[in-house]
Design a protein around this ligand. Structure first.
Ligand SMILES: [Zn+2]
Length: 422
């Protein structure tokens, strides 16, 4: 059964998916956090089935899984031996900017700033990637919403690859496992993923940005909560009695190191970041993110917070301050390094797609962080988008096509790595 037809271009797929509102929600008890994510999930399930993918499922948590069978013929030295490669992208978009009513615009970039609407400008000076796209097509929103290239570019790229491979059984590859995840943007992208059903031995998330950029390192992350217990009394009779938890907490905040904050650091530098505070005289709480590429740095950050808490307690006799910290995710570098073929294959595929691969540490986490921790080494691949989570988000069509070309080569490189040519 040889079936050949022209696959739908990745750009056209992306534009279809981007128009569907799949914004996830912080603090929701439901799984997925918003039911609207299921609209895209059902569409992807149906499209995968129509393309001829196997074992296509959409489970009650909103995960879409599918398999692309091996095409290696009888007698091929790698047949049955190529590791099952997983390809992962997330369907939801960030709660940080409006995600409904996305109106993508496709045009050829001619240079200079791009004015989307009053006050919403993609500045050439802040977007070095723009210069590389002069004379090429890019996609933006209309300035009122995010675009959702994070991560519908990844979804479209994987779907296009499935379309190509299933339409041309002459292309040799091992078995592929596909996963589209909900709720990545609210930290639950792999929480309910059925790893056994997914069944990948190695995987790649397609959730990065500039063409050629690859990631095998993420922050290691902890979350801390500081709770101040003060003493409340009517302000009219408060002299010598009241201990205002808000003021105690303020003394904690001013002691956080200024040179270790998101707004003062970049690259591999760690930070301690207070991101939510609430309270009244009797009690006040502060939530913080602890981030360091070196996991042992998190222990130092916890000790630093302990020292600050003790010092502030001494300043305010009668106040009681509690500090709690728990692990969020861990740098995936070590887990990935255990299977060196994962990064070697990706580098080679990126080169064959005509790009110079370069590894960049991510100042955040990905679906790959937990997958790697669970034993499935999962680096991240660029998808061509920029300025994620805001109304100036844009997508390089060339970047997206290069990402697809990288995956196309990747499945072939895995066959070669398994049975090297003599
Ligand atoms: Zn993403």
């Amino acid at each position: 059964m040889t079936r050949r037809r022209a696959p739908e271009p990745a750009l056209r797929r992306f534009l279809r998916y981007a128009r569907i509102d799949t914004q996830s929600r912080e603090g929701s008890e439901a799984v997925p956090s918003t039911t609207k994510q299921l609209v895209l999930a059902r569409l992807l399930r149906d499209e995968l089935k129509a393309l001829g993918a196997r074992a296509v499922t959409l489970d009650r948590h909103g995960y879409v899984l599918a398999r692309i069978p091996e095409t290696l013929p009888k007698g091929h030295p790698a047949r049955g031996r190529v590791p099952r490669v997983g390809l992962v992208a997330h369907m939801d978009t960030s709660p940080s900017a409006p995600g409904a009513g996305v109106r993508p615009r496709v045009f050829t970039y001619r240079g200079g700033d791009i004015r989307l609407r009053d006050g919403v400008v993609i500045r050439a000076s802040e977007n070095p990637e723009l210069a590389k796209n002069r004379g090429k097509r890019i996609v933006t929103g209309d300035g009122t919403t995010l675009l959702g290239a994070d991560d519908k570019a990844g979804v479209a790229i994987i779907m296009s690859l499935c379309d190509e491979l299933l339409g041309d059984p002459g292309r040799l590859h091992g078995e592929l496992r596909i996963a589209f995840t909900p709720d990545e943007e609210v930290g639950n992208g792999t929480r309910y993923l059925d790893l056994k059903r997914f069944g990948a031995e190695v995987a790649y998330t397609i959730d990065g940005d500039a063409a050629g950029e690859l990631n095998q390192e993420t922050f290691s992350a902890d979350a801390a909560t500081i709770t101040v217990h003060g003493r409340s009394i009517h302000p009219g009779q408060a002299k010598g009695v009241m201990i205002n938890a808000i003021k105690v907490l303020a003394d904690v905040v001013v002691r956080l190191p200024r040179d270790m904050a998101p707004e003062t650091t970049a690259g591999r530098e760690p930070f301690v970041h207070p991101h939510h505070a609430e309270g009244e005289e009797a009690e006040a709480t502060l939530q913080l993110l602890l981030r360091d590429f070196d996991t042992s740095g998190l222990t130092r950050q916890r000790r630093l917070l302990e020292r600050i808490v003790r010092e502030v307690e001494r300043l305010h006799p009668g106040a009681r301050i509690e500090l709690e910290a728990k692990a969020s995710y861990r740098n995936m570098r070590e887990g990935i390094a255990r299977e060196p073929r994962v990064t070697a294959a990706l580098e080679e595929a990126t080169r064959r797609a005509g790009l110079k691969p370069h590894w960049v540490p991510i100042r955040g986490g990905t679906d790959g962080s937990r997958l790697t921790a669970m034993g499935v080494p999962t680096p991240n691949v660029f998808g061509g988008g920029q300025n994620f989570h805001g109304p100036t988000e844009w997508l390089s069509v060339t970047g997206m096509e290069r990402s697809l070309a990288t995956l196309r080569h990747l499945v072939g490189v895995w066959v070669e790595l398994t049975a090297p040519r003599r």
